[in-house]
Design a binder for this molecule. Structure first.
Ligand SMILES: Nc1ncnc2c1ncn2[C@@H]1O[C@H](COP(=O)(O)OP(=O)(O)OP(=O)(O)O)[C@@H](O)[C@H]1O
Ligand SMILES: [Mg+2]
Length: 419
């Protein structure tokens, strides 16, 4: 069974948490100070970048000190009522069996906008009167929404751990997995993660799981991390995957959702599976995935999602029979998504032109923009004289002409004929 290494190697005790020694020390002392009575600040506010161990620190500490951890994510306490239900009583009374309790409000950044004002207010109320340690976590503690709440909190900053610390953690994992890794390879992964241990561990798993050895060459093609790098790793695992398992695993590692991943695969299959039989097989698999996507959309029955995943990952990976891996083909951003995310102005312009067409052709402006505009585009690009005639007939503005012609020179020529 696939298990993410971030879960498998999640620190169970504070000793295993790497980096941020000072912050952790400060936090431990504050929690222990509760033994001597209620401290001036009843809440600790841990903040800092993602993947550095904020949540894990609280969990490991509760484990070390044998405390009961009452834990929720922001999505569970958007409203005042939800917060009170979750933490109101718990914060006031001891636990059933006399163990000490710690209450954690994680991922406070998730609370957004005015609708959640009640949530922050309720957390503040609880913090003022709590009889047990309250822990708050957010990436940014200095958001104005927390201004008032901050007064009641001991602020503890978590910083990005050093490359050396990340490296140490990766080495530990390799040791346990029985992977012999080149120092350089691990260093590369560590550097690339820029202090985000979660992403370092995910990368390591993507690159090294099931291997006996990990070399610098295995990892160096990755380049430096950004959002898209992760998708590139995933695409590579699918389009060049040798096993069904590996390809399916890649889907779990993607930091985009299944639909978006589908678009990525669909866009990139033709350039990476150049043999026509391979390509046909891959497209068959994708069309099957799409059939199940449609079924999910219609029935909202999400159990079909595993078929979608199987077809678009394993199905595509197994399509490669004849295509040789030669050279380096870059991955492309999905065109369909690009088209969707086209700027608002462009859509407004299309609609304006659509309205002009509507007046003459008696079809809806949207339909005109969708169905007529592409033909106009072909004409405007190839026949200046005809374009000028149409432009006059439709009463297009110079901006519209330029938009349809997609070229300043063509537009100038058309406008010249018009005047
Ligand atoms: N300091 C660390 N030492 C060891 N493992 C870590 C550390 N930080 C993160 N990890 C690994 O990354 C995973 C995620 O860490 P954690 O949830 O604590 O991050 P976080 O700081 O709370 O991030 P976020 O702001 O995204 O919630 C852990 O389960 C663990 O596997
Ligand atoms: Mg967290």
């Amino acid at each position: 069974m696939y298990q993410p290494w971030t879960v498998k190697y999640k620190p169970k005790t504070l000793k295993e948490v790497v980096g941020n020694k000072e912050a952790i020390q400060k936090f431990v002392e504050w929690v222990k100070s509760w033994d001597r009575g209620i401290p001036p600040k009843r809440a600790a506010f841990l903040y800092g970048p993602p993947g550095v161990g904020k949540t894990v620190t609280v969990e490991a500490l509760a484990n070390d000190l044998k405390m009961e951890l009452v834990e929720k994510n922001a999505s569970d306490y958007r409203t005042e009522e939800a917060v009170k239900r979750f933490a109101g009583l718990a914060s006031q009374y001891g636990s059933l069996f006399g163990t000490k309790r710690i209450i954690l409000f994680d991922e406070l950044d998730g609370l957004t906008g005015t609708a959640d004002k009640g949530g922050v207010k309720a957390i503040t109320d609880i913090t003022k009167t709590a009889q047990c340690p309250i822990v708050l976590i957010a990436n940014n503690a200095f958001d104005p929404r927390f201004a008032f709440l901050r007064n009641y909190c001991l602020l503890i900053e978590f910083k990005k751990p050093s490359t050396t610390d990340v490296l140490k953690h990766l080495k530990g994992i390799c040791l346990k997995e029985g992977i012999e890794a080149e120092e350089n390879a691990l260093k590369f992964i560590a550097q690339r993660s820029e202090g985000d241990i979660r992403s370092a561990v995910t990368d390591l798993q993507a690159l090294a799981q099931g291997k006996k050895r990990l070399t610098y060459d295995d990892v160096s093609w990755l380049g430096f991390r950004d959002r898209q790098e992760t998708i590139f790793t995933v695409l590579r695992m699918i389009l060049y995957g040798k096993t069904c398992e590996g390809a399916k695993r890649a889907v779990d590692m993607a930091d985009v959702d299944t639909d978006m991943l589908f678009e990525w695969i669909y866009e990139n299959v033709p350039a990476h599976l150049t043999d026509p039989h391979d390509l046909a097989r891959a497209m068959d698999a994708l069309s099957m995935a799409d059939v199940y996507r449609g079924r999910i959309r219609k029935t909202q029955d999400w159990s079909f999602v595993r078929y979608v995943v199987d077809f678009m990952s394993a199905g595509v990976a197994m399509a490669r029979v004849n295509t040789k891996t030669s050279g380096w083909t870059p991955f492309r951003f999905p065109e369909r998504i690009q088209a969707l995310s086209r700027s608002k102005e462009e859509r407004a312009m299309q609609l304006e032109i659509g309205r002009k067409i509507k007046r003459r052709c008696h079809i809806s402006a949207t339909r005109a923009a969708k169905e007529v505009l592409p033909y106009l585009r072909i004409i405007f690009k190839n026949n200046v004289k005809m374009a000028a005639g149409i432009a006059k007939w439709l009463d297009l503005t110079p901006e519209m002409i330029e938009y349809v012609a997609e070229s300043k020179e063509k537009a100038a020529a058309i406008n010249k004929l018009l005047s």
